[in-house]
Design a protein around this ligand. Structure first.
Ligand SMILES: NC(=O)c1ccc[n+]([C@@H]2O[C@H](COP(=O)([O-])OP(=O)(O)OC[C@H]3O[C@@H](n4cnc5c(N)ncnc54)[C@H](O)[C@@H]3O)[C@@H](O)[C@H]2O)c1
Length: 314
């Protein structure tokens, strides 16, 4: 079996590639960016906007895990026009190239943000959705609708995965856990607005990657699954976990900001029942692994820079 992973050089996609390889699956990456985490994977450099190149990249491919996107909401806010082209047109290009190349299954990486306007505090895949307030969510939802339309019109097998907030090694520096960890390493206090009781459910990235691989099973054909974390983690707990792992970290509280989002409880029960998927990594363990990766990366960067003179003179 051969699987194409779009966005395989990115945070989540690179872990999906690792999990597929662990299971002996033949993997090809399609991404604008070079994969930097390993060099033993077949790689096509190209854009989602290049339908012809996507067609070449899909030759001989059985399934596509489509994760490439403008994934940072801030980037979407700053350049909605470009983001729309990648997330929406890019997704229809994937579907169309896959239809022409007779790819058997598309797995689409969506987000639990699609529930942000839904009624109630507890949501699952059957919860009716309302028009999203954020452009990022609108583009991801458009991608879901295109997948469903390709299924209905052309009989293409699709699986939609709605990811919770991922964390772990290779995470973007701008997310809350990386920001706190960076501050802690610099000896700066971790500041919390309000009492820090606002919660989120975070999903450890390797667990999330495992869910992507399990979603290739035949039972997942034409279904939607939430893949979210298990534990409710408050902002205060994030800071305290980092303090527990690193020691000597100061936590400071500032007045609450208006309109802080309380978060919804997203059920991943269907993924557990159908796919046998459950997040296995505790929050503390996940944070430990992130911190280990972060400190090794920083040490490597420092050593590489400090050794530059010696390397140049050699
Ligand atoms: N990170 C999150 O918080 C989160 C949460 C829910 C869902 N998601 C979804 O998961 C998927 C992966 O997110 P991520 O966090 O790994 O993002 P990421 O930014 O780390 O990875 C995205 C990858 O897409 C590639 N890419 C961007 N534009 C491209 C283009 N035009 N053509 C080809 N490749 C292109 C990038 O080079 C990058 O490697 C996205 O679809 C995102 O919407 C992310």
């Amino acid at each position: 079996m051969k699987v194409l992973v779009t966005g395989g050089s990115g945070f989540i996609g690179s872990h999906v590639v690792d999990k597929l390889r662990d299971k002996g699956v033949n993997v090809r990456i399609y991404d604008l960016a070079m994969p930097t985490f390993r060099s033993d994977i077949e790689y096509y450099q190209g854009s989602l906007l290049d339908l012809n190149l996507l067609g070449f990249a899909m030759s001989g491919v059985d399934a596509v895990l489509h994760l490439a996107a403008i994934a940072d909401v801030k980037d979407v806010y700053e350049d909605p026009h470009y983001s729309e082209s990648i997330n929406v047109r890019g997704t229809i290009n994937i579907l169309e190239a896959a239809r022409r190349a007779r790819v058997k299954r598309i797995v689409y990486g969506s987000t639990t943000w699609v529930y942000s306007e839904a009624e109630g505090d507890k949501v699952d895949e059957k919860t009716p959705l309302h028009s999203p307030a954020h452009l990022y969510t609108a583009t991801k939802l458009a991608g879901e609708y295109y997948c469903q339309a390709y299924n209905k019109l052309y009989g293409m097998e699709v699986t939609i995965l709605r990811y919770g907030i991922p964390y772990g090694p290779r995470a973007r520096d701008g997310a809350v856990i990386p920001i706190f960890v960076r501050k802690a390493f610099k000896g700066e206090p971790l500041t919390i607005a309000g009492d820090g009781a606002q919660f989120r459910k975070f999903v450890y990235v390797e667990d999330l990657a495992e869910g992507n691989v399990l979603a290739l099973q035949s039972i997942a054909k034409n279904k939607i699954y939430n893949l979210d974390g298990k534990e409710k983690i408050t902002i205060k707990q994030i800071a305290e976990t980092i303090k527990k792992v690193l020691g000597n970290v100061t936590i400071e509280y500032t007045p609450p900001r208006p309109g802080d989002f309380g978060g919804k409880e997203v059920s991943s029960e269907l993924a557990r029942k159908d796919l046998g998927w459950e997040p296995k990594t505790s929050f503390e363990e996940g944070v430990r692994r992130y911190i280990k990766w972060y400190s090794e990366r920083e040490a490597r960067r420092k050593t590489d820079w400090n050794n530059l003179d010696a390397v140049l003179k050699a």
